[in-house]
Ligand binder design. Structure first.
Ligand SMILES: [Zn+2]
Ligand SMILES: [Zn+2]
Length: 305
């Protein structure tokens, strides 16, 4: 009898410990560039039984499938901004989730322009929706309902002990581009979204456990030779800026995502450049990399590509 009691106690104790874990899976660590190993940006955040997608780039649904998650399991999507590489996979989640019998509507949180994007997506799939609503499929149109929340700087969403706060970042010429601070009672993380160096990230990520930040790189030679490269890098964050951000924020771990290497510089070379100026823990994201944010941070791979 006593033994049974101890056993139950241990189970309850460990459930409490694990309840606060925030699990992150990088579904796409890339950019608009077509790369079978590096899909465009999408980050899955799991907390308790809730799942949140931050951006839905190309192939997000395929990566979810590789992580053993069905399309209808996703019901909360946050957009950092409306560049195509962050929203290309949306219609796949929306429409395929419907075929998989999503029961509740999809909640989408995004900058202004999001409503137009979603309305237009429905318009584009009008014929499909008409046909699938009829026999033999008879899918329920009500399950396609989408709840759209237009977000602005400081917007806060709370769900089951998790707080998600939107903050403005600098990704001109976009006027509405956001990063997200995600936290529960014990842990805190920031997703920068697409941005150049901005004080907002420093402020929000201060004392956070995990920083997922974008990175863009081009050599001096490339920047001098191609003015367009210089233009593109100007609204992203380069290696020197990343080192400075990490040294100020001092997160337990920094994961560099949205890896834009304009001249083919390798991940290792970019990392070497950054590590010249910082001794903090920093890695470059790969697709299907998972991170368990808890007392110890665990980094592992979901599945072999
Ligand atoms: Zn992007
Ligand atoms: Zn962008």
């Amino acid at each position: 009898m006593m033994r049974k009691f101890v056993f139950l106690f241990l189970i309850i104790l460990s459930t409490n410990i694990y309840a606060d874990i925030i699990k992150i899976t990088i579904l796409g660590s890339g950019t608009p560039r077509v790369n079978i190993d590096r899909f465009s940006q999408s980050i899955l955040v799991e907390h308790k039984s809730d799942k949140f997608l931050f951006d839905v780039g190309r192939g997000a649904l395929l990566r979810l499938s590789q992580s053993n998650i069905f399309p209808h399991e996703i019901d909360n999507i946050f957009f950092t901004h409306l560049h195509s590489d962050h929203i290309l996979g949306f219609s796949d989640i929306l429409m395929t989730g419907w075929i998989y019998h999503r029961q509740s509507g999809l909640n989408v949180f995004g900058p202004k322009g999001t409503r137009n994007f979603i309305d237009s997506t429905f318009k584009a799939f009008e014929e499909d929706i008409k046909v699938r609503s009829m026999a033999p499929e008879k899918l329920d149109k009500n399950n396609l309902q989408t709840n759209i929340k237009i977000i602005s700087d400081g917007y806060i969403h709370k769900e089951n002990g998790l707080t998600i706060e939107a903050f403005s970042v600098k990704h001109e010429p976009f006027t509405d581009a956001f990063g997200f601070k995600i936290s529960n009672n014990n842990y805190c993380m920031v997703i920068s979204g697409d941005t150049t160096y901005t004080e907002q990230v420093l402020e929000k990520a201060k004392d956070c456990d995990l920083l997922i930040h974008e990175i863009a790189h081009a050599s001096e030679h490339t920047l001098n030779k191609y003015p367009k490269a210089k233009g593109i890098i100007s609204y992203h964050t380069n290696a020197q800026q990343i080192s400075k951000i990490i040294n100020t924020v001092k997160p337990r771990l920094t994961v560099l995502n949205h890896v834009l290497s304009l001249d083919g510089t390798s991940d290792d070379e970019i990392l070497k450049e950054i590590k010249k100026n910082t001794s903090h823990e920093v890695i470059i994201a790969k697709d299907l990399m998972s991170i368990d944010l808890k007392e110890e941070i665990y980094i592992y791979k979901q599945k072999k590509l």
